[in-house]
Design a protein around this ligand. Structure first.
Ligand SMILES: [Zn+2]
Length: 197
């Protein structure tokens, strides 16, 4: 059976989303054919709007503006703490725990020479710059435990200026574990039990 072209095209696009196979994509596409015109327009508009998403010039978090709401929050700046994470999902996981009120820095991944990801591919230079400019006294490395994550932490420790406290969280987290899959309580504990590097 050949699907109508418009459905096939939608299935094709949806199935490129990680975790969505062809069958799930087809179910979604069929569901969408039953939605009202207004609903479909709203969905299409929201997706189109993603083109306009920016990255915060400071921390690299996705943002509607040049600076994200966390960086704009003056109460957070006073703390002088930056929490370094791989990705936006890690930042959201820590925010969900409600246990952290400092700033973030999104690295955009971890060092991985085999995949061609060196320091230049990450936002490490920008982190060093921020530490000099923003009166930061403590950096919390909330990098997921893995061989690459560990190497990234060591590298960051090397390039940060002297006199900065560098703590790492996630001790007790399994190798290959990810912050985004931890519950709020475990994240709170991991933040509490951070270890000075
Ligand atoms: Zn920001």
């Amino acid at each position: 059976v050949h699907l109508p072209e418009k459905i096939a095209a939608t299935v094709e696009h949806l199935s490129r989303i990680p975790g969505i196979g062809k069958r799930t994509a087809l179910r979604y596409a069929l569901f969408l054919t039953r939605r009202s015109r207004d609903d479909l327009h709203a969905l299409a508009d929201s997706i189109r709007g993603l083109q306009e998403i920016k990255k915060c010039q400071k921390c690299n978090l996705l943002s509607d503006d040049n600076m994200c709401s966390i960086c704009r929050d003056p109460q957070r700046l006073e703390l002088g703490i930056i929490c370094v994470v791989e990705d936006i999902v890690d930042c959201l996981a820590i925010e969900r725990s409600g246990q952290y009120r400092g700033h973030y820095h999104i690295l955009g991944g971890v060092l991985n020479p085999l995949m061609g990801i060196g320091p230049q591919e990450l936002t490490i230079d920008k982190l060093v710059e921020r530490i000099k400019e923003e009166n930061i006294h403590t950096v919390i490395l909330a990098i997921n435990p893995s061989v690459e994550g560990d190497a990234t932490c060591s590298y960051i420790k090397q390039v940060l200026p002297d006199g900065i406290n560098i703590d790492r969280i996630g001790f007790g987290m399994p190798m290959g574990g990810h912050l985004e899959h931890l519950d709020a309580l475990t994240i709170s504990k991991a933040l509490e039990n951070r270890k000075r590097m």
